[in-house]
Design a protein around this ligand. Structure first.
Ligand SMILES: *Cc1c(COP(=O)(O)O)cnc(C)c1O
Length: 518
């Protein structure tokens, strides 16, 4: 079966691990990230032939080429389960072409209406099968509880992905009062017997720090193992099992573009991605490495523009940077963890260099890459950022001109694509959320209200669902996803609010696991 192994970007692991181990471990032992030893190469014929297959089989074909240590049957079962009728489009991620040779790759047709479904419908299935394999091989005897700190999108996508998956339970923490009405209801109404949700007193940082402290508590880990045979795990975006599914849609998009006559077979495209943790754009990089004719990767930032500055200067600097609030909160980030994998590749996989840069980042709040690395990065990437007002103005402009309504994350990428595009090269823009997930900001955009200003009374008094209906009525845009439209009618299941410290979170986890074992 498999001979592709996973190595650690910081070179600390004793031995390379299998795919199943990399999925269950998440993070490598020395704190680095797992990367496959071999990146498969796809011939152009192979890429274009994917267009004839349903999406689930496209994903299976790519996973097989990565030589994962699962059988073809296991892979087929995973991808068919992950990319089935929980998506509201048979194409799974259809492409809508706009003027100016800009093509929107819509990654939000899944159950939670954000692109994270593309990975988080697959990862739990990888996880469950991998853990079962490891238990069979005697390498593991616990089941798992996934603990997630979220600022909004990830929590819901993880809940929906892990709900009722065998041998795994999940608890999600979000900042109480810090998420939109839609985001709160998406999580608080979550179905499933193995899920729970807590509001945390504090902001997202408090949630994340609290979760980290619980993960690092060896005594608590021992207690969970002894009492419940449970190990804690995170489902965050550094897991290779989350990254690999994202590579598929870039390869698939190229095949689709050729099949639909949007690009000549073999001609290049650019890809533009609204970037936060660098997972999505990194997947496009790997698609390019595998042979997809992608010319350049366009990195789009909001006002938290650390990545754009890095790509343009070669210096990653967060020493003086303030965290800014934007209409695209899922890109509000200072430390982009997946960048480490890109740096590893750009240095021809030099773990010593990565260890040094990551130490500089920790100790000096920044690092500077060497000239060689910088030159390679400039060949691959171009980057630009979009301020809050321009983001909202773009939503309105594109709607007025094309009748196409975008969410604020997508609008950031659209604007950057428009700025950096070159004639003769089609741009595929990663469209990462349905507009109705961020209806309050979309309403402001359409009505020319500044981000900092409140909504007018007639809009402010509405629930998130009712506001979305108002937007749909005013614009004539149809198709609010069922999962968002029904939220006001579902029973609220989870209302508990806890403190963000280690004791409070540990105690909530204990209570949940007690109930689970009953
Ligand atoms: C998570 C997210 C992003 C950022 O993706 P990364 O992989 O973290 O770069 C962009 N848009 C939306 C809507 C998201 O949920």
């Amino acid at each position: 079966m498999s001979d592709n192994r996973y190595i650690d970007t910081r070179g600390a692991g004793e031995r390379p691990v299998s795919f199943t181990e990399a999925v269950v471990d998440g993070l490598a032992q020395g704190g680095g990230l797992y990367v496959p030893e071999k990146i498969p190469e796809l011939a152009l014929d192979e890429i274009c032939a994917l267009a004839e297959l349903p999406y689930a089989q496209r994903a299976a074909a790519i996973y097989r080429r990565f030589d994962v240590d699962l059988t073809d049957d296991q892979i087929a079962k995973i991808t068919e389960g992950a990319y089935g009728d929980q998506f509201d489009s048979a194409a799974i991620c259809p492409i809508t072409s706009l003027s100016g040779d800009i093509h929107m790759l819509e990654l939000w047709h899944g159950p939670t209406s954000a692109f994270k479904d593309m990975a988080l419908q697959c990862l739990p299935r990888f996880f469950s099968v991998s853990a079962a394999e490891l238990r069979d091989r005697g390498q593991l005897d616990d089941t798992h509880m996934i603990l997630v700190a979220t600022s909004g999108d990830t929590g819901k996508a993880a809940l929906e992905g892990f709900r009722d998956v065998e041998g795994i339970s999940i608890g999600v923490m979000y900042p109480d009062g810090g998420v939109s009405d839609i985001q709160f209801k998406q999580m608080a109404t979550q179905r499933g017997g193995n899920v729970t949700v807590w509001g945390v007193r504090g902001n997202f940082d408090d949630c994340q720090t609290g979760a980290k402290n619980v993960f690092n508590d060896d005594a608590f880990a021992a207690e969970l193992h002894d009492r419940y045979h449970v190990a804690l795990s995170s489902a965050n975006s550094i897991n290779w099992g989350r990254l690999m599914p994202q590579i598929v849609y870039y390869v698939s998009a190229y095949a689709e573009m050729v099949a639909n006559g949007k690009v000549e077979r073999g001609d290049v495209i650019d890809v533009c991605v609204p970037t936060g943790n660098f997972g999505n754009i990194l997947a496009a990089y790997y698609a390019r490495r595998m042979g997809t004719p992608i010319r350049r990767l366009l990195c789009a930032s909001n006002e938290n523009r650390v990545l754009t500055d890095f790509i343009n200067t070669g210096t990653y600097d967060i020493s003086e940077r303030q965290f800014v609030k934007t209409p695209s909160p899922s890109m509000d980030i200072l430390v982009s963890s997946n960048l480490e994998r890109q740096l590893f590749e750009l240095t021809d996989r030099n773990p010593q260099t990565i260890v040094q840069w990551m130490a500089d980042l920790r100790e000096k709040r920044g690092f500077k890459v060497d000239r060689d690395t910088f030159a390679k990065m400039r060949e691959l990437y171009a980057a630009d950022s979009v301020d809050n007002e321009t983001c909202l103005a773009t939503i309105k402009e594109v709607f007025d001109a094309e009748g196409y309504l975008m969410d604020p994350h997508t609008a950031v990428a659209y604007k950057v694509a428009e700025t950096l595009r070159e004639d003769g090269v089609p741009v595929v823009v990663a469209s990462t959320a349905h507009w109705a997930k961020f209806g309050n900001n979309v309403y402001k955009a359409l009505h020319g209200i500044a981000l900092a200003d409140p909504l007018p009374e007639e809009a402010a008094s509405l629930t998130g669902c009712a506001l979305n209906r108002l937007i749909a009525d005013e614009t004539g845009v149809e198709g609010i996803p069922a999962g968002l439209a029904e939220l006001d009618d579902l029973p609220i299941r989870f209302t508990e609010v806890i403190d963000g410290n280690k004791q409070a979170i540990s105690s909530a986890v204990r209570t949940f696991l007690e109930q689970q074992t009953k």
